[in-house]
Design a protein around this ligand. Structure first.
Ligand code: G4P
Length: 528
């Protein structure tokens, strides 16, 4: 296969949803189609079970599982499909945001009964901002849920999307008869048999034919015809270009648990979903088919074994071929590195790989060289953009509880921050360290890992901060100097040295913005 063909056959995407909508189940069914696993239940759920939300030891254990499911790859109809795991748990939202910088498209899973939920809203917003192509899968049609049109309205309004259904349910819950596939023009009958892998479909391109009554009964036939007419009248026709530019989102209905409507989704997905897209670096736009290799680190996973502090850095390949044992430039360190055992991911296994292509993810063993957002290239000095930090929700001072171990503590904090576990802010006034996290859970994880991996002890102290805002620009003018002087107590540096304003309330943030209009405060660290 030529280099060009290798690129064209790759589909790298993420599945996003609110916990419990059916992401894990759908992932598993997709893998079944790819023949990557033999039976249902083979993919261990990597989500944090509800019972474990307050039990960080359990989370530590599950982190082990999630290394294996960080990337799941399989081949389907000659396409190489890479699914990147996106944790649905809100305490790990930052992880998911970063992973979304490495996907070329996403599938959004929505529970037919619950409709659009909070985490879905947040994640879709990030995708919308980046014009990532999205397909919506409405799941659990075997259960009673909301009316299909009401749901489509809800998706448009709450998620700000512009949808067009490519399939439509016939009945729902107890009366669920199947799905009319608008895209392929056939009917897929539901038998409620979760063991079946390939369902029975009947080609049906003329819904006005009286054959329809024979298959699904009079009432269902009438209402399907009515519904399809409405779909035709209300929603725009599907256009691939509009989907690819993020302007139109096709919707499928089905039941992941029953493996129903999943094949339709997958068949359409491989046809319309984008192959690896070009990516912006600070310097220029990089095309996947360039011969020189480049890629960026979007995730770092610490080893579970505390004796070996090695980590796995997940690199998305943007351009060129990645080859084992070839020296590549670590741009931030300006240093060449070679990787003797890069991992590729297949279903739930990882294995050493000699060559990887754009769209693929390689796992590189790392002893502390990488941090999230780092760029690797064949030699060109490129820095990929768009691994943002968002304002944390929680802020605490971190104190050293063992004066003999100050060095270990600093090293531990440094490395955990590189992994993206939390964010570190250093106060301008007195150099005190503040840890910001998305969930309260991370404080326990940090404390535990500092002790077990670095031999350091810490305590925390609450800090009433409402939001961290990145300050831009650091101008050399009167207003900025005054802001700097008056707000000194609230100013800190993030890990990359950017100035951050830690506001203590929504009110004071608003007042500050009014008082110093030329000092721009951003809610993400990303510069545009
Ligand atoms: P998540 O990864 O998005 O968090 O969701 P997951 O796939 O784990 O699914 C959440 C629950 O919803 C699971 O039940 C799963 O079996 C169920 N589910 C998924 N798809 C469907 C569907 O199409 N129809 C129905 N009726 N249920 C579905 P659970 O009882 O929470 O977990 P489990 O014990 O079955 O694993």
């Amino acid at each position: 296969m030529t280099f060009e063909q290798e690129i064209k056959r790759r589909r790298t995407f993420g599945i996003i949803s609110h916990p419990d909508a059916g992401k894990t189940t759908l992932t598993e069914k997709l893998l079944l189609f790819g023949g990557a696993i033999q039976e249902a239940g083979a993919v261990k759920s990597n989500k944090i079970k509800k019972s474990a939300t307050s039990d960080f030891m359990e989370i530590e254990r599950q982190r082990g599982i999630s290394v294996a499911t960080s990337v799941l790859a399989f081949i389907y109809k000659d396409k190489k499909i890479n699914i990147l795991d996106t944790p649905g748990h809100k305490d790990f939202a930052e992880d998911t945001f970063r992973t979304l910088t490495a996907v070329d498209s996403v599938i959004v899973v929505i529970d037919v009964a619950k409709g659009v939920e909070e985490q879905t809203e947040k994640l879709v917003e990030v995708c919308r901002m980046r014009n990532i192509p999205m397909i919506v899968f409405i799941n659990k049609l075997d259960r009673e849920g909301k009316d299909a049109f009401d749901l489509l309205d809800e998706v448009e309004q709450k998620l700000g999307l512009s949808v067009t259904p490519l399939s439509f349910p016939i009945g729902m819950g107890y009366d669920f008869k199947g799905i009319y596939n608008i895209y392929e023009k056939n009917i897929n009958l539901f038998s409620g048999n979760s063991k079946q892998n390939i369902e029975e479909t009947i080609a049906f391109d003329d819904v006005s034919s009286s054959e329809l009554e024979k298959i699904i009964g009079e009432d269902a036939a009438d209402s399907l015809r009515e519904n399809l007419e409405l779909v035709d009248g209300v929603y725009p026709p599907f256009e691939k270009e509009a989907y690819l530019s993020g302007d139109l989102q096709p919707v499928f209905f089905g039941s992941a648990l029953n493996n129903f409507g999943v094949r339709e989704l997958l068949d359409c997905f491989i046809e319309i979903a984008p192959d690896p897209r070009a990516k912006k670096a600070e310097e220029r736009l990089v095309e996947p088919n360039e011969t020189d290799f480049s890629g960026f680190v979007f995730k770092i996973h610490a080893n579970m074994d505390p004796k070996h502090r090695d980590r796995l850095a997940f690199v998305k390949i943007v351009s060129g071929k990645f080859e084992r044992n070839k020296p590549y430039l670590h741009v931030r360190h300006d240093k060449k590195l070679k990787f003797s055992s890069p991992n590729a991911f297949f279903a739930e296994k990882k294995e050493i790989v000699d060559t990887s292509f754009p769209g693929d993810i390689v796992g590189l063993h790392d002893t502390g060289n990488f941090k999230i957002g780092d760029t690797l290239t064949s030699g060109e000095k490129l820095q990929y953009r768009g691994i943002p930090s968002f304002s944390p929700e929680h802020f605490r001072y971190i104190n050293n509880a063992d004066p003999m171990k100050a060095k270990q503590l600093n090293k531990g904090i440094d490395q955990l921050m590189d992994e993206g576990v939390a964010q570190l802010f250093t106060l301008e006034l007195n150099g005190r360290k503040v840890i910001g996290t998305v969930g309260a859970l991370q404080y326990e994880v940090i404390q535990y890992r500092l002790e077990h991996e670095y031999g350091a002890k810490c305590t925390y102290e609450n800090l009433p901060v409402h939001k961290a805002c990145w300050v831009e620009p650091e101008a050399d003018n009167e207003e900025f100097s005054e802001f700097n002087r008056v707000k000194q107590k609230y100013l800190a540096r993030d890990k990359s040295g950017q100035l951050v304003f830690l506001s203590d309330s929504a009110f004071s943030l608003q007042m500050t913005q009014q008082k110093y209009p030329s000092v721009k405060l951003r809610f993400t660290s990303e510069k545009d």
